[in-house]
Design a protein around this ligand. Sequence first.
Ligand SMILES: [Zn+2]
Ligand SMILES: [Zn+2]
Length: 262
Amino acid sequence: MVLGIAQDGGMPHIGCLRGPCAAARRGERPAEKVACLGLTDGVSAWLVDATPDLPAQVHALGAAAPSGILLTHAHMGHVAGLQWLGREALGARGTPVHGTERMRRLLEGNEPWRRLVVEGRIELRDAASVDLGGLRAEAVPVPHRDELSDTVGFLVTGPRARLLWLPDIDSWDGWDRDLREVVSSVDRAFLDATFLSDGEIGGRRLAEVPHPRALDTMERLSGLGDRVRLVHLNHTNPLLVDPSPAERRGFRVAREGETLEL
Ligand SMILES: [Zn+2]
Ligand SMILES: [Zn+2]
């Protein structure tokens, strides 16, 4: 189940008084939670990434607490939610948290995450290939601003279907895999659509936050749109207001609450 579709800062976005952010604050449209994928068999509830919206996302999966968490990388929208597992909130006991080696080193070596490890709130485990009981999740390394950790997406395979969750990547050309090939090999690919096109937040700043532009992604994947869901939308992304540029090309924006049976 898709539990959120926004870039790390969510929507409405702090500091933004315009567009959908202003409309959401006025109650004229729904807010968008930070991008997150939930995996459930009706009993266990796994999250891909620990967003600042973690409590609501766990409950949307029908669970009281997460069974485990898979982390893509260490940027705010993907790890900040781990804080909810601590003594001040859930007070978790041994919740498995899967990440790459570099991700795990960051968490066990730095506060406030280190405290979660020391107190046994979380148990750090490898993310390369994770058995979720009927589903298997495999970490797929991708190039991304790696100041704190490296970055992965996840391929999740079940008895019926297979999906790719890839909320953050710098560029398709910098990836050691062929985008069309990967998307063709899954039933659904949730792909980084942070920005629709250049010029969205001013050319200079956009260069400082490298992400594929969704218009370019759709061109590269033409004919495969029915497998794709655009996700991790920045609050500036025009698709939040009008999805027609995607729909005209046969693509869809991911929706909170949408499900896929794996
Ligand atoms: Zn992100
Ligand atoms: Zn905004």
